[in-house]
Write a protein that binds this ligand. Structure first.
Ligand code: CP
Length: 341
């Protein structure tokens, strides 16, 4: 399948045309293409311009969700499969809804209840799904690199919906869109990524995306949960949240990944909360207007208190809303010209 070609400054204009129901392709114009990729496997591979192209395209699709008829014909006739080998609430439903809003046919595949239990391999499973006509596969897997492996064995476009502790590109993109919408910019902001950095694919994708867009990134957590050497990725590392908070315009509170952790990385959950939990007291000591993000699911009372999660600084549900527009943009961009016919 051909990737969609997006050229500046047509990216947003053409997505707007689709959003308006006019299905012109995005390949006209003199400028060199910004978006030519067939897959979205991570933000490490993307340029600043490609990330901005996705965010700008998402802005156009966000408008679709405000209409009474929340649907455009951009992916009519295309088939999107959600291949989830790990649990999900937000990502799976958001991709399903995004594909439906683009008029694609959508099919969910869940590993539980599938023939994987009879010994069928991951690649054979994907090849059988491709034989049913899948144009795009949205893949979540506990093994880092699983979506990259599939991209070498099937012809469909692959979107990484989270691979182990490696990357979760659409989560970082929706975080970026939320910051840009709430703060008006990303460049020059200081963003704290707080908590379990070691096991977090969200942290890795955020580091790539934020640094490419010119933010200052500070990783903060217990030494056992912040990998050594991450400064090489262009971030700072700190271990005391109370010292970091007054500098942050945005704080992204990461979930403790109990399911990926070895035991004993911190003494107790209550001790973790005491040193790293976002409480109302900490919000009051932070920069005025600090924006609070969390990828979800949240462990209420562990990484943040309910009053903070539901309080005026929190954009947690805005992130979910913005995720729909981001996933529409990504599905649209990785889909080929055939999608527009
Ligand atoms: N943030 C996130 O990826 O949530 P889910 O695991 O529910 O998809």
């Amino acid at each position: 399948m051909e990737a969609r070609t997006v050229k500046p400054p047509q990216a947003r204009a053409n997505a707007s045309a689709f959003a308006a129901g006019e299905g012109e392709d995005m390949s006209e114009g003199e400028a060199p293409p910004i978006w030519t990729r067939k897959h979205l496997l991570g933000l490490e591979d993307l340029s600043r311009e490609e990330i901005i192209a996705i965010l700008d395209t998402a802005e156009s699709f966000a408008e679709v969700s405000t209409r009474s008829r929340k649907k455009v014909p951009a992916l009519q006739g295309r088939i999107v499969f959600n291949l989830f080998f790990e649990n999900s609430t937000r990502t799976r439903t958001s991709f399903s809804l995004a594909a439906k809003r683009l008029s694609a046919d959508v099919q969910d595949f869940a590993a539980g209840g599938s023939s994987l239990s009879k010994g069928e391999t991951f690649i054979d499973t994907a090849r059988n799904i491709e034989a049913m006509g899948a144009d795009v596969m949205v893949v979540r897997h506990a093994t880092p690199g699983a979506p990259h492996l599939l991209s070498q064995h099937v012809d469909a476009s692959i979107i990484n919906a989270g691979d182990g502790a490696h990357e979760h590109p659409t989560q970082a993109l929706l975080d970026l869109l939320t910051i840009r919408r709430k703060k008006g910019r990303i460049e020059g902001l200081t963003v704290g990524l707080v908590g379990d950095i070691s096991h977090s694919r969200v942290a890795r994708s955020n580091i790539w995306g934020l640094t490419k867009l010119g933010a200052r990134v500070i990783l903060c957590g217990p030494p056992t949960l912040v990998p050594r050497g991450f400064e090489r990725l262009g971030c700072e590392v700190a271990y005391h949240l109370d010292e970091v908070l007054p500098h942050c315009d945005v704080v992204n509170v990461l979930r403790i990944q109990f399911e990926r952790q070895a035991k004993g990385l911190f003494p107790s959950v209550s001790e973790y909360s005491r040193f790293y939990g976002m409480t109302q007291g900490r919000i009051e000591k932070a920069k005025p207007g600090v924006l609070l993000l969390a990828p979800g699911p949240i462990n209420r009372g562990v990484e943040l208190t309910p009053e903070v999660a539901d309080g005026p600084n929190s954009a947690i549900l805005d992130q979910v809303t913005n995720g729909l527009a981001v996933r529409m943009a990504v599905l649209y961009l990785v889909s080929g010209k055939k999608a527009t016919l």
